[in-house]
Design a protein around this ligand. Sequence first.
Ligand code: NAD
Length: 475
Amino acid sequence: MYINGEWVEAGSGERFEVTNPATGAVIGEVADGDASDAERAIEAADAAFKTWAATTAYERSDLLHRAWMLMTERSSELANLMTTEQGKPLKASQAEVKYGADFLRWYAEEAKRVAGEWLPSARPDQRFLVVKQPVGVVAAITPWNYPISMLTRKMGPALAAGCTLVLKAAEATPLCARAIFGIFHDAGFPPGVVNLVTALDPKPIGEVFTTDERVRKLTFTGSTAVGKMLAGQAAGNLKRVSVELGGHAPFIVFPDADPVHAAKGAAALKFLNSGQACISPNRLYVHESGADAFHQTLTERISKVRAGNGMEDGVGVGPLVNDAAVAKVERQVDDAVAKGAGVPVGGGRLTEGDFAKGHFFAPTLVTGVTDDMTIYREETFGPVAPVITYDDVDTVIDRANDTNYGLAAYVYTQNISTAMRTFEGLRFGIIGINDVNPTSAAAPFGGMGDSGLGREGGHEGIAEYLEVKLGGFAI
Ligand code: NAD
């Protein structure tokens, strides 16, 4: 773990092993921290806060820039580590390192743009001054599916704002977290400003993060169930909370869209990270007029997606995170088939030869999906594209909105009015219009409903780490 500028073992001396999900091989060991280690890290962050908050935005910007440069220099070793620890294909790891590094560069610049306001008053002898100040010590909890960018997306804005931070990395991917904290150490961040806790059991750490009075803000990315539970715990102490949670993205192909182009987009998007993305499309609504062409192209594309170890050339989907994830996908596909769905490609676990050592599920197309199937309601988090053929253009937005999640949605249309109406009508935080990659460090990412609270990225992202202070001056 990294606490107060030093690499340390857990107080208990315990460690746990980290494995490669493609091969089952043990690839490293990290400290197994507990509640007392989390408290130690908070103590360091609390002690460092006053001095760090008093640095100039220019000093914080320089350090973040240095971290971005180191991350860029080390991008290929970071990508190799990510594929070995998390399983995604090497090219996808390279793309994530670049995306993750962008949050450091963008917030290095944004640090200098945290400005206040000077407001007129109705009283002639009064002036108002509004300033923004860092909220204080931030506790962060991150997931395994994007084991680098989910860290920098929190650390960039928190540090730019002048907060200090304690982060608990996902138990499946602590080595990536360690590599990122190595970069912050080498960039020269003062002791206590960033602290990393690793642990096999996240529960006691979560309890400390949500109850310790020195922590002023909790930021979490992960499942909706855990996010709700942690937000509930934090509410007792009125901590600021932002949570980025699960999704169940609709992908709507309107009759005026090119179904072949849309199917290519769907194939490119669905298998990113083996479908283990919160913005992965989970319900593909295709108008019946383009359904044949869409199905044909998607079938061809999915048949060509090769599953395997992400370090091998030509592999398009890697393993899932663990066996429970494979079992969940299998249960959803079996349920759909039992209720009448077709499976023209894939449909089951991959267990032959080298696949037996990892957690693999075949890239799969499910057709004829209906509202009564589990896959229509539950986030899949696996390489399965469920297609629904629809005929009524007037009700498809309502059908897409019929979920408690509200993270991402995708729309294919060539008609500007349809695009605008759909953009306005969908209750999701991120909408891709003929676009399968609507994310960037410069843009606010986040969801509505059960998909979360708050935004990461953009101007909105740094506001999550700032308090607003009003001064009334009688002159
Ligand atoms: P998860 O909730 O199980 O784990 C996420 C993190 O929470 C991990 O660090 C884990 O150790 C920790 N955690 C788990 N139980 C905890 C507890 N009781 N107390 C404190 N911490 C606890 O989720 P996951 O399976 O790792 O991640 C997948 C989920 O994350 C998906 O639902 C996905 O959609 C979501 N996700 C959302 C976004 C987003 O920005 N909205 C991004 C990536 C992933």
